[in-house]
Design a protein around this ligand. Structure first.
Ligand code: FES
Length: 72
């Protein structure tokens, strides 16, 4: 489900949050640090948490192991 603009205070979209996760962020705190989303009123924090959780659930359990396997 697309959420569009997630953080109204800091004008941060779901697309920006997902891009930050794809660059390596792995927690709401890291999203806050990188995008400023959730750093003002905090009303968007539950939505950011959910986006982070959904993203992490889709990641392979152990990416390093998969890379090693792929190289054999
Ligand atoms: S809506 Fe994100 S900090 Fe206010």
């Amino acid at each position: 489900m697309s959420r569009g603009l997630v953080c109204i205070c800091n004008m941060v979209s779901e697309k920006e949050i997902l891009a930050t996760l794809k660059k390596g962020a792995r927690s709401t705190a890291e999203i806050q640090q990188a995008t400023k989303a959730g750093t003002s009123c905090g009303k968007c924090l539950m939505t950011i948490d959910r986006i982070v959780e959904e993203f992490l659930e889709k990641l392979p359990a152990d990416p390093q192991r998969r890379i090693e396997f792929d190289n054999q």
